[in-house]
Write a protein that binds this ligand. Sequence first.
Ligand code: TZP
Ligand code: MG
Length: 229
Amino acid sequence: MKTNDRKIDYSLYLVTDRFPAASRSLGEIVSEGIAGGVTVVQLREKNTGTRDFLDLALGIKQITSASRIPLIINDRLDIALACEAEGVHLGQEDMGCRFARRIAGRSMILGVSVSTLDEALAAEAEGADYLGVGPLFATLTKPDALPPTGLDLISEIRRAVQIPLVGIGGINSENAGSVIRSGADGIAVVSAVVAQPHPGWAAKLLRSAIDQARKPSSHSGKKTPSSKR
Ligand code: TZP
Ligand code: MG
């Protein structure tokens, strides 16, 4: 299937991390998260050897495929291709989008992390399918994260690019609505699902915050910064 030809629902984008998951398997967390309303899963492994990463990816792919949820692999285009993931997510220090596209072909979803308007414009020009914008708020999950950008960055990028935007960094059910109201198509979370005792319930709470924020009445008279797609 050419995943890129169908519209991806970026509403609740789960990024995995084994550290806050404690003793729970990522498979359990992903399954429960999907049952609670996760719409995209990104497998993010920073310290895992290639063979183990691929094994894990193949296992998670079975879970996401069964629910028709796109799987995105962080950093590693080779792993994404090998496990037939729907996409790969690239940081500013990973392979540039233009080159990734040459290898990956048209059908693979390419996501790029951005922390500035210039990075967003460059990624869109290079053919990114969506942008991860942040860190919006302080986060303990990514020790090398840049200082929080705040929500203005989302609004600024929303006005300048047409591809979907996913806010990331320190997002929870309390602030998720503000991210959506600032113009994001979705929220990406690690600890707000992975570190929770009940990931499915945590996902449900986030989904209801997103749904609530999309209701016109929740903008208290403010115009919705609408996506130009
Ligand atoms: N990229 C920017 S912030 C971040 C990543 C992977 C970590 C987000 O984790 P959390 O727990 O949702 O703040
Ligand atoms: Mg990266």
